[in-house]
Design a protein around this ligand. Sequence first.
Ligand code: ADP
Ligand code: MG
Length: 227
Amino acid sequence: MSFLIEARGLAKSFTGGGRRVEVLTELDLSLRQGERLAIIGESGVGKSTLLYIIGTLERPDQGTLHYEGRDVTLWSDEEVSRLRNRTVGFVFQFHHLLPDFSALENVMMPALIARRDRAGAREAARELLETVGLEERLTHRPGELSGGEQQRVAIARSLILEPRVMLADEPTGNLDPATAGEIEDLLCGLNEKRGLGLIVTTHNRQLARRMNRQMELHDGRLAPVAL
Ligand SMILES: Nc1ncnc2c1ncn2[C@@H]1O[C@H](COP(=O)(O)OP(=O)(O)O)[C@@H](O)[C@H]1O
Ligand SMILES: [Mg+2]
C-alpha cells in the first residue's frame, strides 16, 4: 500500500540568540490517501514546524519527504509550490483572512492567485461556503463574523484548489468547546465525504480521538499514543 505522504529522518533546527535548538530529529511520518492523523504535543515542541515541513512551506535540514513516491526535497522551489497548490490545503489557528475582503473573495483568492477563471472561482467559492454552512454570509467581512465562522471561511479557502490533504494547525485552538465541536464535525465530514486526508495538530483530546491515528511529538520525534 502506497502513501500519499511519507517523511523519513526529518531533522530541523533553528539558531536564535546564539543558541541552536534542534526541533525535529530523525522524525518519520506517513499518511495514506484519505487517512486522518492527529499530532499532539506540548507547546513549543515543534508541531507547527513539522506541519510547515510536511506542507513544503519549509525545507528540512535532513531527511526525505515523498509525495506519492516522489522525493520533493530534490525539487526546485517552483516545482514544490506547484505540487503544494495542487495537493495541500492549510488551516491555521489564526485564520489569516484578509480583513478588507468578503468571505466569498477570501475563499476565491487562492484561485485568483493561481490564475483560475474568475467566474469559475466565484462559483466554486460559493459552493464551498455553502458546504461549510455559510451560504448566508457570502458578503460579510471577517470582522463581521464570529470566530467559528471565520475558521469555516478559512477551511473553505483551504479547499478552493481541491487539495488531497488538509494540514490543520490547532484549528480549534481559539474556539469555545461548542464551536470547536462544530469545526471538528466539519473536518471529519470533509474527510468522510470527499476522502480528504487530514493531519491535525491539537491540544484538544476530543478532536485527536476522532482521527484514525494519534501520534505525540516529543524530543523531536513522533510516537504513537493512546488517548
Ligand atoms: N523561524 C524560527 N526561527 C527560530 N526558532 C523557531 C522558528 N520557528 C520555530 N522556532 C522554534 O522552534 C520550536 C518549535 O516551535 P513550533 O513549531 O512553533 O512549536 P509548536 O507548534 O509545537 O508550539 C520553538 O522553540 C520555537 O521557538
Ligand atoms: Mg504551533
